[in-house]
Structures are given as C-alpha cells and as structure tokens.
Design a protein. Sequence first.
Length: 315
Amino acid sequence: MNRRNFLVKGSLALAGLFIGGNTIRHSLESLVREQNESRFLNAINQWSATKQKVRKKEIYENKKKNLSERERAYIDMVGDAFPIAFETAKKVAIDEGVNPLFLYALMYVEGGLGVHYNQGDKEKGKPIITKRSSTGDRGLLGLMPNGAFASVGPKLGYKIEEMEEYEPNLRVGTAYLRKMFEKFYGNLPLAMLAYNWGPGNVDELGEKYKLFNGKGKKSSDSDLIEYKRFQEKLKNTYGDGKGWRKNYKEPYEYVGRVFGIMHDFGEALKKAGIEEGDYLSEPIITKGKNPRTLKHYQSKIKLPQYDNARLYALR
C-alpha cells in the first residue's frame, strides 16, 4: 500500500470514528434528556396529584362544616377512609342496575367496611376493609363461600379467592341480590331478607304460614304487606325463644337497617354536594320489575330499627 492510499484510508477511518462518536454522543445526550424530561413530568404529575388530593380534602372539609357529626362520618367514609371502595361500588352499581346508595348501605351493614373495627386492630379508631370475618364471609358484601358465592360466583367465572377483592366481590354480591329479587318476584324486602338470612329460611317460614301470594295479581303495596306479615310471624314464632338475639334478631331488623343507612348516606352526600345526582329519589333496583324508591318503603310501613339505624355509624 502506497503512502497516499494509506493516508486516504486513515482519513476515512478517522472521519467515520468522529461521525460515529458524534452519533453515539448525540444518542446518549438524547437519552439523558428524555430521562430528565420523564423525571420532570413524573414530578409534575405527582405534585399535581398531591395538590388535587389536598384540594379535594379541603373541599370535603369545607362541605362538612354544616353537617352533623353523623353525616360527617359518612362523608369521611366515602371521601377519605375508603374512596376506592366507594368508587368501585358506584361503577358496579350503575353497571348492574342497582342504586349506588343501596349498595353503599349493603357494604356498611354487611360489615365489609370494618366500621365496627376488628378487636385485633391495634390502632383503635382506624377503619379497615374486612377481607374475611370470623364466620367466614368474604369482602365488602359479606359473601359466604357455600352460600351467595356458590350460587352465582362460578357461573360468572370467579374464584372464591377473588372475593377479597373489591370489584369481583361487588359483582357477585349484586348478581346474587338480583337472583333473590327474581326468586321473590320483585319483592325487594324479601329479597334482602333472603340475602341476609338465606333463601331456604325465608321459603320455609313463608310456606309454613302461607305468607306469600305467589305470582298472582298484586296491589302496589303487596311487597310491603307480605314483608310485614313475614316480620310478624318471625317475631311471633321465635321472639320468645332463647335463640332470638343470636339467630333471628338480625334478620328481623336487617331490611330497616339497610334502608336507614341508605337514607343517612343519601342525605349526607346530598347536603355536601358530593354526588352528582339525587339517588334518594331514584329506584333502588333500576333494572327489572317493580321499580321502587326508598320513599315507597319509608311512607308505607314503619320499618323496624329505621330510627335506630344511626347507631351503626363509625365509632
């Protein structure tokens, strides 16, 4: 190789190295710049999210100023203690054709929100989500593995382990409630009683005393008339027994308790301006037969424990 060719090839090699080096350098600078921009954007987003959270908290606090202690407790549950649980419940309720307030009340009364606090909770006063109770029921809506879950869970493609998660539990629970609603031909109080006490128990007592009118023609108040008759028989049959408080007092009071909590939730959210709509004036079961609002049940019959439902709030 002559000297001229050597110099030409050497010059080309150096030029290539220089160009390649610049390319690598530019790539590295670009990567660093992108990473810095990404970190900056993440920091901005975190700051913004924190600011929104603080602002939301301020809004909640301002809205709570004119509320009673009881109402503030409900607002705290929705906006502070369990925001994701309630957001999920609202989504599921709308999807499944159930009034969100009604689902909120079921979550509360079934104990899934841990509002009574677990005795083992060292930090007293801290509300928790109860994943599994001492009796074995699971999640927000208190689903029993061999009861509500077994009835509809597998058909919906769920496993029992998933019942400790928010959305699967709420989906299965609302599906089971609707199943009871259909079973008892649109009689919501009886469906709720079956949800809590078990459909077999409701059937047994109802058939024993011929309490149900079946699927025949009914008046607009027949659901309440049937429920009142059922309550009377439940009280008269078991009220004097030793097992009343342990086995029968809860189902006797259950429907009134759920409706009472639903009312309290609705009033608190309405006064605070947190919910967009007035769910108190909307049907409880929005898809299906016999759409009834809470007012229908309040105005037609004195529901047991309705006035005392406020005893079951956060302590």
